[in-house]
Unconditional design. Structure first.
Length: 301
């Protein structure tokens, strides 16, 4: 069987990440892209590779063939409904890989589709869509993959092979939830500040609004992680937040981009998740609550 004869990969979500993966996979395997409006649209766009060269990508209309894997690349608030909308066409043994930021949406989906092989992926790959609609592969990273359901364990090797058709760096992590917690702490400590101050990641450092709150944000996240069986020092979370903000100084965070584009943000799966999960553990998270309210209000302005 040639790679092109494999069952197609269904990518749900046509944002920057969905288009990046579709463009990188499509030379080697047939790809279908399910967008918000239809599952059978032909999509054409330019992908600018890391090395700087441009490639015209055309993802053809979907066939009726059942997919061999499903990559869910919508924003976190849309993931469960988008997957549910197509789930009756997905055979029960087909791996489903969730790429959402934050926490909560992946666990809800894994619970709902608990008999299926469901994975979470956490990626540091950088991509955005520029003003001209081109997809820019902006930074090389690593994509970590780990099982969320019991049946996913038996499909891990096959799913790694599938994702590696993208020629990106794919690694497995048996404790993917630990990685999601770390990413949650980074997002909770960077994203709302960049959205509220309206600045690139690096400019939150030293800004009074950030400096007055970041220690408390990290203390609240650390208390929740401790209560969830993932002990961590608040100071080390804060050091990590500052380090990532420094290393991604020129980036416009996903939340700032969402606010600027008038899209729903992922605040409920980031600081909002910290607030909700803290309540369940009898903890208080007032600063994460303040940030959640402020960003929620911002997107309604
Ligand atoms: O959401 C984002 O934008 C990214 O996860 C991060 C790490 C904050 C960098 O911009």
């Amino acid at each position: 069987m040639t790679e092109k004869e494999r069952a197609p990969i269904l990518i749900i979500g046509a944002g920057a990440m969905g288009r990046l993966w579709a463009g990188l996979l499509s030379p080697r395997v047939s790809v279908r892209l399910a967008t918000r409006s239809t599952t059978s649209a032909t999509l054409q766009y330019t992908l600018v590779h890391l090395e700087g060269h441009s490639e015209r990508i055309e993802i053809g209309p979907s066939s009726n063939a059942p997919p061999g894997s499903v990559l869910v690349m919508t924003k976190a608030p849309d993931a469960e409904s988008a997957l549910t909308a197509v789930s009756s066409h997905i055979p029960p043994d087909v791996p489903i890989i969730l790429f959402q930021n934050g926490m909560g949406s992946q666990q809800d989906i894994a619970k709902r589709f608990s008999q299926r092989p469901v994975f979470a992926a956490s990626t540091t790959e950088g991509a955005y869509i520029d003003d001209g609609g081109r997809v820019i592969h902006a930074g090389r990273g690593t994509t970590w993959l780990g099982p969320l359901t019991t049946t996913a364990h038996t499909r891990l090797d096959q799913t790694m092979i599938t994702l590696r058709l993208s020629e990106l760096d794919i690694q497995s992590d048996p404790d993917i939830e630990g990685r999601l917690w770390q990413k949650l702490a980074i997002n909770a400590g960077i994203n709302p500040f960049t959205a509220l101050i309206d600045c690139p990641n690096g400019e939150i450092l030293g800004h009074p609004y950030f400096e007055e709150r970041i220690a408390d944000v990290c203390r609240e996240v650390a208390a929740l992680m401790q209560a969830s069986g993932r002990p961590v020092e608040a100071q080390s979370l804060e050091a990590h937040v500052r380090d990532v903000a420094r290393r991604t100084a020129a980036n416009s965070s996903s939340m700032r981009q969402d606010v600027r584009a008038g899209r729903t943000t992922e605040i409920d799966m980031m600081n909002g998740f910290v607030v909700q999960a803290s309540v369940i553990h009898g903890l208080d998270a007032p600063v994460n609550c303040e940030l959640t309210d402020a960003v929620t209000h911002l997107k309604q302005d």
